[in-house]
Design a protein around this ligand. Structure first.
Ligand code: IPE
Ligand code: IPE
Ligand code: MG
Length: 246
């Protein structure tokens, strides 16, 4: 490994998770309806994927729809679902060309069968791609993920495939929706709120948090770079003292 590769390894987060927030307020500020904000969010998604590809981020996890977002007005939920459907259709080809592996994480059982099929096809198509793992969290909840992993472990215990003594952080992680992927290094939230909103709870145990006042539709590669620069300036201690890690 040469010096510049070492530098990349040190400063570029392997796994970045983004809470893409602020679409509604962005639209309102422009005198438009909330759903205009969602439609305008696609550009920022493309920019963040492009940044991740160019800069060697290995995993990008985007929060698109939370398990709590079903509580929004039916009309807005409808627009979000059809937008998700449309974007899946329009973007997959390009993602595949760029060797992006697409995964939808969340409880997809609540989606209609047409959307579920489309998700499955996109995942199978891009399965072997290795330039970037792009997780789209849809109908995702961090608590759901934890409960789901717990159930999967219990099924194995019940079948006699796993001993209770073998339940540990590693085997638990392997049943979560991000199994096989590194934990989140950097979690970004746009839109000014400073909360997790039931996003990746298990996976962000030691993530660096970065909050931006930028509304998601205005997020671009420069904004991503600002967050990565802030990340590079942090000292991750993982419980140790500052002297131990320098
Ligand atoms: C994030 O933007 C998108 C989703 C939650 C689907 P919002 O729609 O939450 O935008 P604000 O927070 O109301 O501005
Ligand atoms: C979190 O944003 C979910 C997504 C960005 C998809 P919300 O706007 O739903 O979060 P709260 O409700 O303000 O915490
Ligand atoms: Mg919001």
């Amino acid at each position: 490994m040469n010096a510049s590769e070492q530098l990349v390894e040190k400063t570029i987060p392997q796994h970045v998770a983004i809470i893409m927030d602020g679409n509604g307020r962005w639209a309102k500020k422009k005198g438009k309806i909330r759903t205009f904000g969602h439609q305008s969010a696609v550009k920022a998604v493309r920019a963040s994927v492009s940044y991740a590809l160019k800069n060697g981020v290995q995993v990008l996890t985007l929060f698109a729809f939370s398990s709590e977002n079903w509580n929004r007005p039916a009309e807005e939920v409808g627009v979000l679902m059809s937008l998700f459907n449309m974007v899946l259709g329009s973007e997959v080809k390009k993602l595949h060309k760029n060797k992006v592996r697409l995964k939808i994480i969340g409880d997809t059982s609540r989606f209609d069968s047409k959307l579920a099929d489309k998700i499955h096809q996109a995942e199978v198509l891009t399965e072997k791609n290795d330039s970037l793992v792009l997780n789209i969290a849809a109908n995702y909840g961090g608590r759901w993920d934890i409960v789901n992993a717990t159930k999967a472990l219990l099924v194995k215990v019940q079948a006699g495939e796993l001993a209770i003594a073998d339940i540990n952080e590693e085997s638990f992680t392997s049943e979560t929706s991000t199994a096989g992927l590194p934990a989140v290094d950097l979690m970004i939230r746009t839109g000014g709120e400073q909360r997790i909103s039931n996003f990746l709870l298990w996976q962000t145990a030691y993530a660096e948090l970065f909050f931006s006042d930028t509304f998601w539709p205005d997020f671009n590669e420069d904004c991503f770079q600002t967050a990565v620069d802030a990340f590079a300036d942090r000292q991750r201690r993982f419980g140790k003292t500052s002297e131990q890690v320098t």
